[in-house]
Design a binder for this molecule. Structure first.
Ligand SMILES: Cc1cc2nc3c(=O)[nH]c(=O)nc-3n(C[C@H](O)[C@H](O)[C@H](O)COP(=O)(O)O)c2cc1C
Length: 227
C-alpha cells in the first residue's frame, strides 16, 4: 500500500533556482535542492525537463539557489512556481545580482544563496538532476528562518504543480476505486485553475483561509468551471 501522507513526511526546503547570464535569465521554485558532497562541496538541483530554466542551465552550465524565508510572499511563489519564463520575464522588477559566473541570483525574500557550476547532469525521467560545484555562497538576511516545504503546505496552505518532482498523480494509484468526479475551480482574480484531478485535496476540503498560490486571493474568489 502507498500512503501519500508518508511521502510528505520527507523534509525539504524551498528555493528559487535561477540560471542564465547578464542579458537573459530565468528561475523557478524548487523544493529539491540539497548538498550532495562535502569535498568538493557540490549541490544537486532537480529540474523538470519542461521547465524553461532547464534550457538555461544546460546552455550556460551554471545555476544559483536562493534560500527563501518563512514570510515569502504568495506572489513570489506564483511568479516563479506557477508561471513559466516562456510566457513572462520573471526577473523583470526583481532584486537581482550577478554571481562570479554571471548567473542571475534573485534576492527577493532570500536569506542566503549558493552559486554553482554544473559538473554532472543525470536524467532521472521527468526530471534532470543538475549537480554543481560550489563557486560562492553568501548570507543575505540572517534575521529570518528558512521556509520548509511542510510549513509552506501546512501554514501557508500552499500546493505544488505537476512539474515538482514530489507531485503525486493519484490517478495512477487509484484506477480501480470509485470516487466523486473531479471538478475545476478558477481564481476570479488571476485565472489560476485548481484542478481536483491533479491535487491531493478536494477544493471544498481546503481550509477557509487557503489562498490562491498565484496571486494570494481568498478561497471565496474561486468559482467552479466546466471540465
Ligand atoms: C512548492 C513548489 C515546489 C516546486 N518544486 C519543483 C522542483 O523541485 N523541481 C521542478 O522542476 N519544479 C518544481 N516546481 C515547479 C516549477 O517551479 C514550475 O513548473 C515553474 O513554473 C517552472 O518555471 P520555468 O518554466 O520558468 O522554468 C515547484 C513549484 C512549487 C510551487
Amino acid at each position: 500500500m502507498i500512503n501519500f501522507e508518508a511521502l510528505f513526511r520527507i523534509s525539504y526546503g524551498l528555493y528559487i533556482v535561477s540560471s542564465g547570464d547578464k542579458n537573459h535569465g530565468n528561475g523557478f521554485i524548487s523544493n529539491t535542492v540539497f548538498q550532495v558532497s562535502a569535498e568538493p562541496i557540490k549541490f544537486a538541483a532537480c529540474c523538470n525537463k519542461n521547465n524553461y530554466t532547464a534550457e538555461f542551465i544546460t546552455k550556460t552550465g551554471v545555476f544559483a539557489v536562493s534560500v527563501l524565508h518563512k514570510d515569502t510572499s504568495p506572489e513570489l511563489f506564483g511568479r516563479f512556481g506557477y508561471k513559466s519564463g516562456k510566457d513572462i520575464d520573471k526577473l523583470e522588477g526583481m532584486k537581482v545580482i550577478y554571481g562570479e559566473t554571471g548567473v542571475p541570483i534573485v534576492l527577493n525574500d532570500c536569506i542566503a544563496f549558493v552559486e554553482c557550476r554544473v559538473v554532472q547532469t543525470t536524467d532521472v525521467g521527468s526530471h534532470l538532476i543538475f549537480i554543481g560545484e560550489l563557486v560562492q555562497s553568501e548570507i543575505i538576511d540572517d534575521s529570518q528562518e528558512p521556509i520548509t516545504y511542510l510549513y509552506y503546505r501546512q501554514v501557508k496552505k500552499g500546493v505544488a504543480p505537476k512539474n515538482a518532482p514530489t507531485y503525486i498523480d493519484k490517478s495512477r494509484f487509484e484506477s480501480g476505486k470509485q470516487s466523486t468526479p473531479a471538478k475545476k475551480y478558477k481564481c476570479g482574480a488571476c485565472g489560476y485553475v485548481y484542478d481536483e484531478s491533479t491535487e491531493m485535496i478536494k477544493f471544498a476540503d481546503l481550509p477557509t483561509d487557503w489562498i490562491c498560490p498565484v496571486c494570494g486571493s481568498e478561497k471565496s474568489e474561486f468559482f467552479e468551471i466546466d471540465n
